[in-house]
Write a protein that binds this ligand. Structure first.
Ligand SMILES: [Mg+2]
Length: 280
């Protein structure tokens, strides 16, 4: 059988949108678990995460994935996100679309540490095929042919310059939709009022976090904040729902994609839709 293409896909803003809110809730749960305030953070978060991740998956991704599998493609994820977090998100994505990525999953553990305090060597980003190549070849049971490897990422700057010249790159416009989850929901007051967690919430909520868990009026303030935040995000969704990147990828396929193709067509906007969100 003819070997199909090997896709190496970025996660954040390529497969899923902006994870700010789900990540905040996750960090709260993981911290609460680490100090013994809750027993199993990931299990506790599941109901919120299944809904939120379903909303965060980029439009048409499932169609692209199913089509790629049918072509005999192998599909890997390579993200520089933290390993436990990324695995949790990826497994929920797989469950929701009913398809699994090839293993292993490549995460921060497979990326080069980049010290933000020093100038980054422009030749070497944090992601490199040299860090994952052996594992991919072992997984697919054959040597990689660079022309058959398609790397899809919204940020070319994080890649090793040598890879950019060698493999097929498709850069996508960042998919910035943010699914909202109420960071307070599901936690007992002793969790959200813990000083360290209150600090995380304050940071996220422009310093209103402390007031939100104040029993005198805090609930009303929290719900008002949720309604405003959710309304803004829902308006943004009207724009993001028309994103066609994965639809174009499915239609163009690997043969039609020239090296370093940039599929940057912006989503079609209707008159009623707002401008792109200010914080992408
Ligand atoms: Mg990305």
């Amino acid at each position: 059988m003819k070997a199909g293409p090997v896709y190496v896909l970025d996660l954040d803003q390529t497969i899923v949108g902006n994870v700010t809110w789900v990540n905040l809730k996750y960090n709260i749960a993981m911290y609460a678990e680490s100090i013994g305030l809750i027993a199993d953070g990931k299990a506790l978060l599941r109901p919120w995460f299944v809904d939120a991740i379903a909303a965060l998956i980029r439009p048409h991704f499932a169609e692209f994935f199913a089509h790629a599998k049918k072509q005999g493609a192998r599909v890997f994820v390579y993200t520089s996100s933290e390993t436990t977090w990324a695995t949790y998100v990826i497994e929920i994505v797989e469950e929701l679309i009913g398809l699994t990525f090839d293993r292993p999953l490549f995460t921060r553990a497979n990326a080069r540490a980049v010290d933000p305090s020093v100038l980054v060597d422009p030749k070497n980003g944090s992601k490199s095929m040299s860090l994952i190549r052996d594992a991919i070849e072992k997984s697919i049971g054959r040597a990689l042919v660079p022309e058959h490897v398609v790397i899809v990422d919204d940020n070319l700057g994080v890649w090793d310059r040598g890879d950019v010249a060698r493999y097929q790159f498709v850069t996508c416009p960042p998919y910035a939709y943010k699914a909202f989850v109420d960071p307070f929901d599901g936690f007992y007051p002793n969790v959200v009022s813990h000083p360290e967690i209150a600090r995380m919430l304050m940071k996220a909520n422009n310093s209103t976090g402390i007031a939100m868990y104040n029993p005198l009026g805090g609930l009303q303030m929290r719900y008002q904040w949720c309604v405003t935040t959710l309304a803004n995000i829902t308006r943004e969704y009207e724009w993001h729902k028309n994103d066609e990147f994965w639809l174009q990828m499915r239609l163009c396929g690997v043969k039609g994609c020239k090296a370093r193709t940039s599929l940057t067509r912006t989503p079609t906007r209707s008159r009623a839709e707002p401008p792109p969100p200010p914080r992408a």
